[in-house]
Design a protein around this ligand. Structure first.
Ligand code: ACM
Length: 652
């Protein structure tokens, strides 16, 4: 703690100098409420209380009426015993500075303080986004709003709103009302709601880029407008997950007339410069099966479906441009015949980002940042838009890499769980996009991530608070001991990674499948599992001489070893708990084996040769069951290996 840490108490005055505007006033009010919530101290300026902290906010001039890519976001923040000074060229930077200040505030022995600081800050990349898929599971606006609050806190500045897909068309069109009337089950955002959300985002320094995905991922459009499709129909809203055949007919002039009117309407509704047209995962089956399309391709020398999609995009781009927008699409739209002012969002691999930049196109990275795949924060944190594929780029080509976006696809998340699927891991991605490339220490990242995670809860995100009610739902009328056993197990399991949930399924999931199972309840990254693994490594690295660490590991392993006896009394009472019965047995088995390994290691004694057979027990526990991964199993395996190799701790 710096010597100049300022105590925070009742009485907190804020003065503004230079330019101001209403959204900065609102940001300041919000900041005061957030700070009060974080500290529990009512930080209102009261005449009867002496002012203890003075925050002065200065901005030079107005920000752009519609937030622009590359607009100045910088700020400086100084905390000395004289007070806090925040200055920025525009309110946009000042708003970022307020969130930094909120993060700095911490408890200390004398109470809450603002630590001494001297920060000059600006982002590494101008495009730092989060995509949320509102189609597969519709998400109420209040859920999106609180995620925008989270984005503001970690200085993300683009909300990419995936508004249409096979499973739903979610934006109201007044020109083509059958899009939402037939394609959304009544679950769509009205234009007034969309305008309000855009204003909400702007208040938080966030641009809103809409995506209307064509020509594939568009079944929901065809329920109301089957004439747009390349196959005969009729169409129904898709309830399953996957890649489907329906696609817009790229050879019909009617398709372009329709898209011109619709995109014109949406271009007015969404003020941002960029307009996302999707373009991913067109399987071409409807095109292959349609003789009229095949004939058109022959007559126009279009040699295959990729060329047909390029033709479609070449027709689409001038439509988007006519409505004043810059077209952006997933990396499938990349084709050298397209004009250079389109932007590519790379999701299939970072190579396409470098390829786009070399070809003269601007690009964004999303490959490596799919939040729904369940990767650890560390793994996401290691991904960089200027990664290996980009090192060979010239300076000019590198400048075409605008940044990136985390993506939250909603097959396996709904409004109850979505925050937990995004946060806190998304904060690690946000830091990668904001901070210098050299800031890459994972241990430091996890320490800060824990703190940010708590701050996000105070902002109203539910990524931690969702957990107990979901455990309670699984446990039903359980005893406190049974609930504890369920929690002990759930704390150390994660869903299988990537798309393995698809592979291991027993029945085809749909939009109506409840997301209430243990696999839906557990965190995507187990803190308890990670901390145990770190403790095992620290213990083995200390020549197994650290008695405190040994005691910590023993406490943990003993609890796991005993857990299954109680869990098995719960399992027959709950279909949802039942699914984890095998994993629970595994947890107790690795607890037991881990305790044995630990006792050999503590005695410095070689385990008898037959102990090596325990490797198989642990190995079996590493295999997923019920779509669940038992996170501590590999760490226990390291303990067993060390014990079996004669107590050979690494640093001996
Ligand atoms: C995508 O994941 N299909 C963009």
């Amino acid at each position: 703690m710096g010597a100049a840490a300022i105590p925070l108490g009742v009485g907190f005055s804020i003065a503004q100098t230079g330019h101001t505007e209403p959204r900065l006033d609102r940001a300041i009010q919000r900041f005061q409420a957030q700070l009060s919530r974080k500290t529990g101290v009512p930080l209102v300026p009261l005449p009867e209380n002496p002012t203890r902290v003075r925050l002065t906010i200065h901005t030079d001039h107005a920000s752009e009426p519609v937030q622009r890519l590359g607009e100045d976001e910088s700020y400086t923040l100084q905390v000395t015993d004289a007070g806090v000074t925040l200055s920025a060229p525009t309110p946009l930077g000042a708003m970022h500075g307020l969130q930094t200040l909120l993060q700095l505030v911490t408890i200390s022995a004398p109470g809450f303080v603002v630590p001494e600081a001297n920060i000059q800050d600006s982002p590494r990349f101008p495009w730092r986004g989060l995509m949320i898929d509102s189609s597969r599971h519709f998400i109420p606006l209040k859920v999106i709003e609180r995620n925008l609050d989270g984005m503001e806190h970690v200085k993300l500045n683009v909300f990419h709103w995936h508004l249409s897909d096979n499973q739903g068309f979610r934006a109201e069109s007044k020109r083509f009302p059958q899009l939402q009337e037939h394609g959304s089950d009544g679950l769509f955002y009205t234009q007034d709601e969309i305008r309000a959300l855009i204003a909400y985002a702007r208040d938080r320094g966030i641009r809103v880029v809409p995506e209307f995905d064509v020509p594939g991922h568009s079944t929901a459009w065809f329920v109301g407008y089957p004439e747009l499709a390349s196959g005969p129909g009729p169409y129904q809203i898709e309830r399953r997950w996957g890649i489907f055949d329906p696609a817009v007919d790229p050879t019909s002039e009617n398709s372009y007339r329709f898209l011109d009117v619709l995109f014109g309407e949406m271009a007015k509704l969404f003020p941002d410069q960029f307009f996302h047209v999707g373009g991913d995962e067109v399987n071409g089956k409807q095109w292959d099966a349609n003789p009229k399309i095949q004939q058109y391709m022959r007559e126009h020398g279009i040699k295959d479906n990729a060329a047909l999609q390029a033709y479609f995009n070449k027709r689409l781009q001038p439509i988007v441009a006519k409505h004043g927008k810059t077209m952006i699409g997933w990396d499938e739209v990349l084709d050298p015949s397209l004009p250079k002012d389109i932007t590519i969002q790379s999701w299939r691999g970072a190579e396409s980002l470098a390829e786009a930049a070399k070809g003269g196109y601007r690009g964004l990275l999303s490959s490596g940042w799919y939040l729904d795949l369940g990767w650890s924060a560390a793994r996401h944190y290691a991904v960089d838009p200027m990664g290996e594929s980009s090192t060979s780029l010239t300076g000019e080509e590198q400048r075409r890499i605008l940044g990136g976006e985390a993506c939250m696809w909603m097959e396996y998340a709904d409004d109850e769980t979505v925050d937990s699927r995004i946060w806190p891991r998304n904060a690690a991605i946000a830091e990668r996009l904001w901070s210098p490339r050299e800031v890459r220490d994972t241990a430091s990242m996890y320490r800060r991530l824990g703190l940010v995670s708590h701050d996000l809860e105070f902002l109203g995100l539910t990524h931690n608070s969702y957990y107990e009610p979901m455990l309670q739902r699984i446990a039903g009328p359980a005893t406190p001991e049974q609930l504890t056993a369920l929690r002990t197990l759930a704390d150390v399991v994660e869903p299988v990674k990537n798309y393995d949930r698809e592979k291991a399924r027993t029945a085809e999931p749909t939009r109506f499948t409840p997301l209430t199972r243990i696999v839906d309840t557990v965190h995507l990254e187990s803190d308890a599992g990670r901390l145990f693994s770190d403790a095992v490594d620290a213990y083995l690295g200390s020549s197994c001489r650290d008695a405190n660490l040994a005691a910590r590991l023993r406490t943990q392993l003993s609890a796991w070893s005993a857990n299954d006896a109680t869990f098995q009394t719960l399992a027959p009472q709950s279909s949802l708990a039942q699914e984890a019965a095998a994993t629970s047995k595994d947890l107790s088995a690795i607890g037991q084996v881990g305790l044995e390994a630990l006792s050999y290691l503590e005695k410095g004694q070689a385990a008898p040769p037959e102990f090596k057979q325990q490797t198989e027990v642990v190995q079996r526990a590493t295999e997923p069951k019920g779509q669940l991964l038992l996170v501590p199993a590999p760490a226990v395996s390291r303990l067993v290996d060390a014990a079996a190799s004669g107590g050979n701790c690494t640093a001996k």
